[in-house]
Write a protein that binds this ligand. Structure first.
Ligand code: UT7
Length: 348
């Protein structure tokens, strides 16, 4: 059976840089707090009006397609991972199909937040192994900045996230030391609301009758009410400490799972690219796996947490910096909302 390999990779981040200092204009925060708790120094924000999640994804995709030595017309399946889509529906993958004038190929959006890219990679891997597709485009892209609460009320979430996109093209390979060895996907919905954006959603009615001015009518009217914006419940919610505690357990666990499945050890890893959630989480994972500094790649300092885009952006940057060579053993690992988490082990 053929394996799948990353044949081309690209990323795009907007030009607009917002430093920690810049954020102090909008909220009560400080460079010291953000640096100490997250390691982040700056992040990029897409153009507020004119640049969408799909626009950024398309830019990353064009680079990945070109580097794979293929064309948009050769892509036979598209997977788009995002939690900040252009529209509530349809998803972004069809917008990419339209924008890149692709054939009428299958287009899938997946909603697995921070682990979206690892889930997408796993799906693509299965399709390529079975021979169903030969050129799969995966995009992870996020425009967080359009929807966050940039007042002091939202500071514990909004300082963390940044915008950007990464993309890969997956193709089959016969080479022994090349391509994906295995992927490992997990979830635990027990704490689904610990990191969530509840509205708009069909659960909107729950508890709404306790609010003043709720739309008391026989049908409908629950998409978004002014109260949801006013009281902040329309914004993403995160119990940061609960997420942190679970992440530092699940990251090492799922990396060990991938290594043991392939009879490999932590010392065999040439480069670990963890989802860029928080530099403190990456450092904790590095210590618990006893990895050297040169075995772990972090770029959250420059981009913040870009959710589904963080792994492909980091992978691409590491590759462009010459930190990944042919035959290197690369481990990708992610944890995020859901909770969902996963890992992938591959030879470059
Ligand atoms: O990729 C998605 C997965 N997400 C994650 O992996 C995030 C995991 N969690 C974290 O990274 C951390 O929990 C945070 C960085 C989000 C927050 O750090 P923390 O150490 O858990 O802080 P906290 O939320 O417990 O807040 C501590 C204090 C509070 O003040 P008091 O109550 O002690 O007076 C907050 O109000 O820090 C305050 N605070 C801030 N101060 C300045 C919260 N956010 C800020 C801020 N600037 N931006």
């Amino acid at each position: 059976m053929k394996k799948s390999k990353i044949a081309g990779i690209g990323y795009y981040v907007p030009d607009n840089i917002y430093t920690n200092e810049d954020l102090t204009k909008f909220m009560d925060t400080s460079d010291e707090w953000i640096t100490e708790r997250t390691g982040i120094k700056e992040r990029r924000y897409a153009d507020r009006l004119d640049e969408t999640t799909t626009d950024m994804g398309v830019k990353a995709a064009k680079t990945a397609i070109e580097r794979a030595g293929t064309t948009a017309q050769d892509i036979d399946f598209i997977i788009f991972a995002t939690l900040s889509p252009d529209y509530y529906f349809p998803g972004c993958a069809v917008l990419v199909q339209r924008e890149l004038k692709m054939k009428e190929v299958g287009a899938l959006d997946i909603r697995n937040q921070c682990s979206g890219f690892v889930y997408a990679l796993s799906i693509a891997d299965q399709f390529i192994k079975t021979g169903m597709y030969k050129n799969i485009l995966i995009i992870g892209s996020e425009k967080h900045s359009f929807a966050l609460d940039y007042s002091t009320r939202g500071r514990s979430i909004s300082v963390i996230f940044g915008d950007g996109a990464g993309a890969v093209v997956m193709q089959p390979t016969d080479k022994k030391e090349q391509g994906i060895l295995s992927t490992h996907l997990h979830s635990d919905g027990e704490e689904a609301e610990k990191l969530a954006m509840i509205y708009p959603g069909s659960a909107a009615g729950k508890g709404l009758e306790n609010r003043p001015n709720w739309p008391d009518q026989e049908l409908g009217g629950l998409l978004m009410t002014p109260e949801m914006l006013e009281d902040g419940s329309a914004y993403p919610y995160m119990d940061g400490q609960a997420v942190f505690k679970k992440a530092v357990v699940k990251f090492p666990e799922v990396i060990h799972e991938a290594l043991s499945e392939n009879n490999l050890k932590t010392t065999d890893i040439d480069l670990l690219i963890p989802h860029q959630a928080n530099l403190r989480i990456s450092q904790f994972v590095q210590r618990s796996l006893k990895l050297r500094d040169d075995q772990v790649f972090n770029n959250i300092q420059k981009y913040g947490n870009t959710t589904a885009a963080s792994i492909p952006i980091a992978l691409c940057e590491a590759w462009e910096q010459g930190k990944i060579k042919e035959g290197d053993l690369i481990c990708l690992a992610a944890f995020g909302a859901g909770f969902t988490w996963g890992s992938a082990l591959l030879y470059w």
